[in-house]
Design a binder for this molecule. Sequence first.
Ligand SMILES: C[S@@+](CC[C@H](N)C(=O)[O-])C[C@H]1O[C@@H](n2cnc3c(N)ncnc32)[C@H](O)[C@@H]1O
Length: 264
Amino acid sequence: MGYETWTEERAAHFERMAQAGTGYQEIAAELRIIVPAEARHFRHQVIGDAVLFNADCLSVLPTLGKVDAVVTDPPYGIGAARNAHSNLRMADKAWDDAPVSQAAIDLMVAKSGQQIVWGGNYFGLPPTRGFLVWDKTPMPPSYAFGEFAWTSINMNAAKWSGKVGDLVPVADRAHPTQKPVPLMEWCLGFLPDARTILDPFMGSGTTGVACAKLGRKFIGIEIDPGYFDIACRRIDDAYRQRDMFRDEPKPVKPTQPSLLGDAA
Ligand SMILES: C[S@@+](CC[C@H](N)C(=O)[O-])C[C@H]1O[C@@H](n2cnc3c(N)ncnc32)[C@H](O)[C@@H]1O
């Protein structure tokens, strides 16, 4: 599997923006947000309107510009990636042995206008009115009946119901704490004006799949190379499925260098 950082499809995308009268500054800004120069040395892939980094978010985040919103699901520190705590029999991993550092939480908040943080009860975040609950019932008694997301949004608290076994069948599960795509689509519905979404702990890329389906730009960061490859595949699949239901764009000669050249 290989992805180009600059493809004919992306060139056609910017050509369409130019034909629609989008200003050069806006095109240049969009290009910069895709892969800022300071971030290009990290392993990354560009897929559709998503850029995915395989690195530690504490290293990548300082190189990124401010995004509209963070929608994420960081490690809670409950050992969910250990076989002893799971019936999924995936590789035994240590990433959930401790919650992520407060430095990482503070950094992602500083880099975004709004935030939705699953497992928000485990981190140092201020009081909020607009929290989200994922009602997982009915579940066997040994599992939690729900999960909590902290949000920065001033709104009424809201609840979403869905059983993980139906939404992410074990046979399709690529990550021990994989969130259902419809749950993340529901989250994006609370951020109607957020064009660019960041997930610094993207795991198997569920937030990115939801963004691909709903036409949002996405920046994902994942430290584990195996999960990163899974996220690339799932987000690529989501774009392919979306494109099947869309008119094929007419082939357009790549014009990005001259667009930016004219702007200089
Ligand atoms: C709770 S999981 C996210 C699962 C995701 N919501 C999904 O649906 O697949 C958290 C992820 O954060 C990753 N992670 C932990 N520390 C990280 C760091 N410093 N930078 C980037 N990713 C990190 C872990 O490898 C793990 O895959």
